[in-house]
Each structure stands twice: as C-alpha cells, then as structure tokens.
Design a protein around this ligand. Structure first.
Ligand code: ATP
Ligand code: MG
Length: 406
C-alpha cells in the first residue's frame, strides 16, 4: 500500500481548514476512520481532523465554532456549510475504573496522539498533501486485514474496556481478523466491560450486528465471552441469531430477532430493552414487530392487522418469519396493503367536526368511538369512504347522540 493518497472530494473540501491551522503555525492532519476507510478505497462521509492547536486557539482561528466537548479537546468548526470535528492532540493520562479517562492532557505532538488510539489501522494520520504518518505499521495491518491494538493489548483494554467491543465491531465492519495477542487480551479482559456504560456498549453492538461481515465480528464476540457482560445475552440464542444475522438490516430487526430466538415472552421484553437502555421509540417498534411476528406464527395476515401495522413493519414481519422458517407471504401482505381503501384516519372522508355538526352533544368519548367504528368499517370494505355514506351509516348504527338539532 502506498504511503501517499490522492485526496478525494471530502478531503479537498476540508483542506482550507487544515491550511488555516497550519498558517497559524500549528500542525493539522486528517485522522481516524476517514483515513483508514480512504486507504481501503471505501466511501468516506466525514473527516476528522487532529491538530496541535489547543481548543481556545482553534476557537480564535475560526469565525463559526460550536463547543462540542472542549474538555476533551474537540471543537466543531463550520466551514462552507460543512462541519468538521477538530480535536487537539492529546494523551490520556488518568484512567479510573477501566473506562474513558476523566481528564485528558493536551499535547503538541502527533506521535503522542497516535499512541493513545485504539488500533493500528485507526492510528494513521494524513497531511494536506496526502502523505501518511504510520508509526505503528497500520498500513501493513490494513494490507493484511488485521485488527491489532496499538502497543500492549492487555494494557490498552485495561485502560478502556470499550475497545474490546470496538475490536469485534471493526472486525464485523471490515471483515478483518483480530490479531492473536489482541484476541488473547480480549479473552482475558472481558469482565472489565462491566465498567462501561451500557449506552456505549449498545452503539458498538449494533454497529457489529449491522456490519457487512457481521457473522465474523459476532463469532469473536461469542468466542471471547464478551457477551456474558452484556445484559441478558445467551450463548445458544446468539449462535442461532448468528445464522439469521446476514438477513437483518436495521436495529429493530436485530433486537426483535434476538428476543424471539431467546424465547422471551412479551412480559419480559420491556425489562430486557430497558437494561440495554434502548430509546422509547425503538422499544415501541421492537414491541410491535415482536407481537406481529408472534401473531403471524399463529394466524394469517388480515386486512385490519396490516392496516394497523403499516407496510414497513408488516413486510419486516414476513421477512423475520421466513428467516425463522415459519410460513410467510410478503406478496400477499403487499397486495392487501396496496388495496387498502385508506392508510390512516386522516384519509377518512369524514372528520370529527363533521360528526359534531350533526348533533348538539359535546365532543366526548362517543366521538372517538364513532370514528374508530367508521375507520374499521371503511378498512374492512363494509362502508365506502364517502362523506354522505359514512354519515348515513353512522346514524343507522346510532354512533351519533340523538338530539333535536335535525
Ligand atoms: P467510524 O467509521 O465508525 O466513525 P472511526 O474509526 O472513525 O470509525 P470513531 O469512534 O469515530 O471511529 O473514532 C475516531 C478515532 O478515534 C478512531 O479511529 C480512533 O483512532 C480513536 N478512538 C475512538 N475511540 C477510541 C477509544 N475508545 N480508544 C482509543 N482510541 C479511540
Ligand atoms: Mg468516525
């Protein structure tokens, strides 16, 4: 692999930022994932910049900055409608409790900064001309497709246990092997994961499960016993999960499939998801998907079911059913969906206010009930979605309180 790269557009767009820093007498480089991915010929969406300038010096140099974590040395700079995270070279001096250090020490040396990075492939720096600084043979490891800790793996995982999750996630994203010593250190230090906030573990876990080489990363995750220090995961279920993993392509499918394979019942779902601190929105989605798969294991897909679930979840349900080797029928679901007369209450030809006009009664529970009945009748094709027909039908079914108004 060459030690010079032709800069692509994302990098050239950011060059003026590097130049501002350099003209003020500081060093500045592209670093981290963007350099790694560019070397691998992958698409790079955003670039990270590291510099010898201290945060207050960065703020002085640029007109528009956002303080995103000054105490960790990161300043966000707005430049030509793009935002760039600029991080001061730093060492991580005090590690307490095997997690991110409480304090960081800013330094002026690139070498010091690269030394504190997790893996050799993530410890490359690239200057404005595309020349690579590679102090830990990261280019060789990229060539050989290896994830290797910078320095002594055992020490590095002891400093920050999240790095173990990151090793498996990079393996899952890149399809690389984890180097032998690094694997040994991983196996030895798994218990340290207990010190890491679950939110941070979750991010890496999901990236692993959605990586292009997910089964590879997951194999390390299982073999090293890292899973034992993640809430509620079991080896047997993970093995089965691994077999269907390639078919899953979003977070809610990942969680739903795992929970189904681990034979969770609906009552315990919530506790599991809370222990992973999933967002409420995601919890709701997983609940729906889990319930719909359970429902479909025993019943066929009917019109009301598809209407309430919506197209996306209904199709995801069919997919999960088929991975779990239950009979599924995406085509039937799609054709039912496409022939639905309405897709939500908003599509009804009658609104609450139209019903209120027919009576002197005040809005109340009756109104919601009436709209629900109308909605169901329309969805089931028992009633046409026309204002006049709905009103006649509602009167016939005494859904509107009798008054002397008409
Ligand atoms: P991604 O493509 O997922 O963003 P990335 O390599 O850029 O991958 P980030 O989490 O964005 O990963 O981190 C940026 C860089 O910061 C890494 O490449 C690595 O050099 C360094 N880094 C991040 N987290 C750690 C850590 N826990 N320990 C040491 N270095 C880290
Ligand atoms: Mg990144």
């Amino acid at each position: 692999m060459q030690n010079k790269l032709v800069l692509t557009e994302v990098f050239t767009n950011a060059l003026p930022v590097l130049e501002v820093l350099e003209q003020a007498g500081f060093e500045a480089y592209f670093v981290g994932g963007s350099v790694r991915d560019a070397m691998l010929g992958k698409d790079v969406n955003d670039v990270d910049i590291a510099t010898s300038a201290f945060p207050n010096e960065i703020q002085d140099l640029f007109k528009k900055t956002i303080d995103v974590g000054i105490e960790h040395g990161t300043v966000m700079v707005l430049w030509e409608k793009e935002t760039y995270e600029i991080t001061t070279f730093r060492t991580e001096s005090t590690y307490q409790d095997f997690r991110r250090p409480d304090s960081v020490t800013f330094v002026r040396s690139l070498a010091e900064d690269l030394k504190r990075r997790d893996f050799t492939i993530n410890a490359l720096a690239m200057d404005k001309d595309g020349y690579i600084t590679d102090l830990f043979d990261g280019m060789d490891d990229l060539n050989q497709q290896v994830i290797r800790a910078v320095g002594i793996p055992d020490e590095r995982f002891g400093e920050d246990a999240l790095r173990m999750m990151r090793a498996t996630r990079f393996s899952a994203q890149l399809g690389f092997d984890i180097e032998e010593e690094t694997v040994l250190a991983l196996k030895k230090n798994t218990a340290l994961l207990e010190h890491i906030a679950i939110e941070r573990i979750q991010v890496e876990f999901i990236k692993m499960c959605l990586g292009q080489f997910k089964q590879k990363g997951l194999a390390y995750f299982i073999e090293s016993n890292l899973y034992e220090f993640c809430p509620g995961l079991k080896k047997e279920a993970l093995r089965k999960f691994s077999a269907i993993l390639p078919s899953l392509d979003n977070e809610r499918q990942v969680w739903t499939s795992y929970l189904l394979l681990d034979e969770y019942d609906t009552n315990r779902l919530n506790a599991f998801m809370k222990s992973w601190k999933l967002s409420n929105k995601l919890i709701q989605q997983v609940m729906s998907l889990f319930r719909s798969v359970k429902f479909r294991m025993e019943s066929s897909a009917d019109v009301l079911y598809i209407y309430h679930l919506g197209k996306e979840l209904a199709l995801e349900t069919e997919n999960i059913l088929s991975y779990l080797q239950y009979p599924a029928d995406s085509e039937a679901v799609l054709s039912i969906y496409e022939s639905l007369p309405i897709y939500s209450k908003q599509d009804l030809a009658v609104k609450g206010k139209d019903l209120l006009e027919l009576t002197s009664a005040k809005a109340g529970k009756w109104l919601g009930d009436a709209l629900n009945h109308i909605e169901e009748a329309v969805v089931l094709g028992k009633l046409n979605n026309s204002k006049q027909e709905i009103i006649t039908w509602a009167k016939q079914h005494t859904l509107i309180p009798e008054t002397d108004k008409h």
